[in-house]
Design a protein around this ligand. Structure first.
Ligand SMILES: NC(=O)c1ccc[n+]([C@@H]2O[C@H](COP(=O)([O-])OP(=O)(O)OC[C@H]3O[C@@H](n4cnc5c(N)ncnc54)[C@H](OP(=O)(O)O)[C@@H]3O)[C@@H](O)[C@H]2O)c1
Length: 75
């Protein structure tokens, strides 16, 4: 994957599995991550790990079944 530096990437399902692994990979390539899922503790831990490794990430607790929460995430 090229040209990812400084791109803003929103990842839903970032708290575990494929989403978490993708977040770490893209952060290592310079993307600015917005991490989303329901389990805040896991999102917080992932954000801290990415930042510790020099990456950029914020998180927002989001349930993708809520239209309102998805709008807030996009905003
Ligand atoms: N792992 C594989 O090898 C593989 C292969 C083929 C297909 N898949 C499919 O790919 C998908 C992801 O797999 P995975 O292994 O990464 O699973 P996983 O570790 O269980 O991760 C699922 C992610 O989705 C999030 N999530 C679930 N419901 C949510 C909701 N309502 N709102 C927001 N986030 C929600 C979970 O976060 P929270 O619980 O914190 O919200 C978690 O971050 C699954 O559908 C799986 O069947 C996986």
């Amino acid at each position: 994957m090229s040209n990812i530096q400084d791109k803003v990437v929103i990842i839903t399902g970032a708290s575990s599995g494929i989403g978490e692994a993708t977040a770490k990979e893209l952060a290592s390539k310079g993307a600015k991550l917005v991490l989303a899922a329901r389990r805040e503790e896991r999102l917080k831990k992932l954000q801290e790990e990415i930042q510790k490794n020099g990456g950029q990430a914020i998180y927002k607790v989001t349930d993708v079944t809520s239209y309102e929460q998805m709008e807030e995430l996009a905003d």
